[in-house]
Design a protein around this ligand. Structure first.
Ligand SMILES: Nc1c(C(=O)O)ncn1[C@@H]1O[C@H](COP(=O)(O)O)[C@@H](O)[C@H]1O
Length: 172
């Protein structure tokens, strides 16, 4: 029997350690929306709400979530801790803060011990996190994969257009 609740529920969980991360994380939401991906957004902190973080990670797969994007700044333990408590793929976004320019977040997220992977994008790379989530979902959804291919073709067309414009400006 089909579980309509799961089929129509969010496919991606977009979480962040604080609402102050939203200006960075918003780009992930935009990318998901561009591809028509159903997603949920929430603040979950390993440091400040450890029980909520564990509950979220343990229940996500059962609710129909298929990919988790987790953004955090500073001592960014959220993505790794979530990955430790779910079998779902977790994409970590290092959020740059006032000090250390996000290097602290990047190193906190990327240096996971073997066995507990977090797919880490660049500092502030939330758009790529959203696009990576689309690609993961597209691996089992040919129509979505086709849309990703079309998006990639549009990138190529955009670059060729820029190349043409630059040459025209420089060479007349
Ligand atoms: N890195 C974490 C975690 C965590 O990893 O559990 N929880 C909050 N934070 C981060 O603290 C920064 C400052 O948060 P506030 O702006 O709320 O003080 C944010 O970038 C957040 O992701």
């Amino acid at each position: 029997m089909t579980d309509n609740t799961i089929d129509s529920g969010p496919q991606v969980g977009l979480i962040m350690g604080s609402d102050s991360d939203w200006p960075t994380m918003e780009a992930a939401a935009e990318a998901l929306a561009e591809f028509g991906i159903r997603f949920e957004v929430g603040v979950v902190s390993a440091h400040r709400t450890p029980q909520r973080m564990l509950d979220y990670a343990r229940e996500a797969a059962g609710r129909g979530i298929r990919v988790i994007i987790a953004g955090a700044g500073g001592a960014a333990h959220l993505p790794g801790m979530v990955a430790s408590a779910t079998p779902l793929p977790v994409i970590g976004v290092p959020v740059p803060l006032k000090y250390l320019d996000g290097m602290d977040s990047l190193l906190s997220i990327v240096q996971m011990p073997a066995g507990v992977p977090v797919a880490t994008v660049s500092i502030g790379g939330a758009r790529n996190a959203g696009l990576l989530a689309v690609r993961i979902l597209g691996a089992s959804d040919p129509a979505l994969q086709e849309r990703m291919s079309a998006f990639q073709a549009s990138l190529e067309a955009m670059v060729l257009e820029k190349d043409k414009a630059l040459r025209t400006t420089l060479l007349g």
